[in-house]
Design a protein around this ligand. Structure first.
Ligand code: COA
Length: 326
């Protein structure tokens, strides 16, 4: 993948927000729904509970509204809404249309982006592309309601997935902006490892997904760091897709990034697909784990099999083109 061109218009993240449905499904709850047990799930995946319920548009509006409020952005000033989701509420129209209406984004482009669990990182890179072409403000949301395509009687898949949403406001700024490098990848030959037919449940070859996921994460993160001209030692915070703690640990180990530098939320959320990276980012930011100048590595992978990574130098106080200091 090409490096971010040095002359491209830069962008910064100026606000973020999250949403999780109220209903929680614990591992103990799952014991009465399938042949499994809490300790096995926790030890083999790192997951203790997940949230279920809600709609993709409803959760998106909640996280998006919070992100706009934090950024101090008037909904009328949003130029584009990108909603990364694998689970739109309807086949037609895109759920982003519903979200645009719910948020009162009066005049903007809105579209869904499906790159499975890599979706939010794909959307973040695309938002930077729109800003390089002249957009001022892009709302990037990642939301999935996987309970609608998960069979909670199937212990092969039913232990892993949950619902959630995370959002970020990305705005044009003076200067080069935050994104130093990126990588988008896809391995269509592996699509049969994880899929759901229209109207059907997720089907998965768990071991195959695990094996390929580690390789995809390592390759994609390595490409993004190379295009950014940085090394693993330089990364202050890794924000990986939250699928399985053992996948994250194996990948970071191969990359040479200590686990203490990773943001982990999957113990409480399970795998929320497009929402997992922004949920983990928001928690790290809310806990003040990131300071100005820190390098953040986003790395996602998912069905497809897709992968996406980006390296960002955190600088939330950059001056946006509107003249505001965020
Ligand atoms: N509860 C209890 N026991 C289970 C179980 C469950 N949910 N699932 C499998 N087991 C048992 C198996 O029957 C097997 O028992 P045996 O040794 O007596 O035969 C044993 O546990 C090991 O099963 P295995 O299938 O080898 O487990 P695993 O270590 O591969 O873990 C996954 C299964 C699904 C957790 C793991 O393969 C995984 O996380 N893969 C990646 C999935 C993923 O991330 N998908 C989303 C990508 S975006």
């Amino acid at each position: 993948m090409p490096a971010t061109p040095s002359g491209a218009k830069g962008a910064v993240i100026t606000g973020w927000g999250t949403a999780l449905p109220n209903k929680i499904l614990t591992n103990i709850d799952l014991e009465s729904m399938m042949d499994t047990d809490h300790v096995w799930i926790r030890d083999r995946t790192g997951i203790s509970q997940r949230h279920v319920g809600g709609t993709t548009a409803g959760l998106s509006a909640e996280s998006g509204r919070a992100a706009l409020q934090m950024a101090g952005v008037d909904p009328a000033d949003v130029d584009a809404l990108i909603l990364a989701t694998t689970t739109p509420d309807r086949t037609v129209p895109a759920s982003s249309s519903t979200v645009q209406n719910l948020l009162g984004l009066s005049s903007c482009g809105a579209f869904d982006l499906n790159a499975a669990c890599s979706g939010w990182v794909y959307a973040l890179v695309n938002a930077h592309g729109l800003i390089a072409m002249g957009a001022q403000t892009v709302l990037v949301i990642g939301t999935d309601t996987l309970d609608r395509i998960t069979d909670y009687t199937d212990r092969n898949t039913g232990i892993l997935f949950g619902n959630g949403s995370g959002a970020a406001v990305v705005q044009a700024c003076d200067g080069p902006g935050q994104m130093l490098g990126w990588d988008l990848d896809s391995l269509g030959e592996a699509e049969s490892a994880l899929f759901a037919e229209v109207g059907g449940f997720l089907q998965m070859e768990g071991k195959e997904v695990f094996r390929r996921a580690v390789r995809l994460m390592v390759d994609s993160a390595t490409n993004a760091m190379a295009s950014a001209g940085v090394a693993a030692d330089d990364i202050a915070l890794a924000v990986p897709h939250q699928a399985n703690i053992r996948i994250i640990s194996a990948s970071l180990d191969r990359l040479g990034i200590p686990m203490e530098r990773a943001s982990i939320v999957l113990d409480r959320t399970g795998n929320t697909s497009s929402a997992s990276v922004p949920l983990a980012l928001a928690e790290a930011l809310d806990q003040d784990r990131v300071t100005d100048g820190d390098l953040i590595l986003f790395v996602g992978f998912g069905a497809g099999m897709s992968a996406a990574s980006a390296v960002v130098r955190w600088s939330p106080h950059a001056t946006t083109n509107s003249g505001d200091t965020t």
